[in-house]
Design a protein around this ligand. Sequence first.
Ligand SMILES: [Zn+2]
Length: 252
Amino acid sequence: MVVAYENIVRIVKGTILRTNYGTLGASTSTLIYDNGKNILVDVGHYGTRLRLEESLKNVGLSPSDIDYVILTHINWDHCANIDLFEKSEVFLHKRELENGNLFGKEDLATKVFKQSLLDKMKLNPIGTDMFKVTENVYTLNTFGHTIGHVSVLVKTEKGNVIVSGDAIPYYRTIKKGYPDIIFYDKEEAKKSVTKVKELKPAIIIPGHSPPFNENGYVEKDEIEIRLVGDDGEDLVFKLNRVGEGVATGPFG
Ligand SMILES: [Zn+2]
């Protein structure tokens, strides 16, 4: 039996948010239920830690109920909450484990992360393409954005669903042919986008935006931006995918 589409849940909704004060945003964390196993793809960064725990709770789970965690890659925004999942088996590509970096370049934080956090996990390094995690869930080598990036292929009643991480972080990558940000190799990144397209996915759940198919987004996420004001009143902006902006506030 393949996976029912409703058994794929975006536990944390990924965004990209760039401001003149710096870049905000979060990666998508996706829960997949297949044949009695709870699988979580990416775990996000500290800024989404409470959201992650709360959303898991909303579907009746705690981090200790997650059997398998798959890290698409170890850029900080996808992996920093890994310590919540000490009971889970953690899958990531061998190349990423050996040579991946938190910030896309060699740095002290990567060494500390690998030695103090990752090494304490039940690690299961992936060495092959189309590595079978459960009956209907496979990892797919999609190198390029980083040296050992993987996506996740889920066989569902709708067809192939790809959880693409930052190999395809949002819809425009499909049109452009490669992601805007590449830390490792542009040619590899292009091949990875083509590889995903050739699987004719019914839906792509990307690293930093709502799910889409070849015609565009199939879900809309409303993003709320809150500036803390005086007297308990905040200024709240609400934005959605199609670029409609609504300022609501000051707002108590
Ligand atoms: Zn990312």
